[in-house]
Ligand binder design. Sequence first.
Ligand SMILES: [Ca+2]
Length: 284
Amino acid sequence: MPGQGIAGGLHAAEQGVQRGILGSIVLFGNHQLGFQLGPLVVEQPDAEIDPIALAGERPAGAELAVQQGFQLATGGGDDGVGNVSGTTGDDILTVGVGDYAFDGGAGTDTVVFPGDVASYSVEQTSTGYTITAIGGNDDTASLTSIERVQFTDEKIAFDMGGSAGKAVKFIGAALGTEFLKPAYDSIKGQAIAIFDSGTTMKQLSDIVVGHPDFIKLEGTNSNTDFVKYIYRTITGQVASESDVTILVKYLNDGMTQGDFLAAAADLGLNVDLVGLAKTGIDYT
Ligand SMILES: [Ca+2]
């Protein structure tokens, strides 16, 4: 016999695939959830679980808040749009069946989808993005202040002004835009994770310019070879002798190679952030 109320909820949540905690109330994965503007309730708990409270139809526009750091399992949603609001921190929000409107608020917020990326379309809107399930029930998720989405096979980042934008700008300057192609999704993922951890462009640049593998790309770690390499990486062209002279002078006058790479990356000259924002940045 399952327990009653919250205690029963906690017990059941331990068995659930997806779970999250809202205050002291537990949401269950794979169950229909009902919403009221007051306490959150389970609408159709499975036979093993007693309802936490009575439930009616979830009113469209009902707000649902999540506790930071916990995954919110959202089930149901056929009866109107379920509005899900995140916290001021980093939230992980899960899509169930039906239509949802997510507002992650501050932080780096992720919405998790149950299928692979090919099962969804991604469209930029005036307020964020809309993710639509292709075929089937055409469920949609409207995303506002959501920085990342996660599918079963890959992720997409939308935070062009955050870690994702820094990652592609850094890769564009340090390695070239070739490395923004799908074959290098794991490199993008590593760079995003580095910036997510709080590393700055300057700190990463300092580390990379001293790395033996990077020096191999340049030929030598001389200022001249460094400038020629970065110029070629960003423009796709060989620097003229006069350009090399001008740029190397900055380094000979005291600018470090790390400063130079960070500045070049920040400019993002070879990275189309506006174009990338339309689809987001794929990564793994
Ligand atoms: Ca948030």
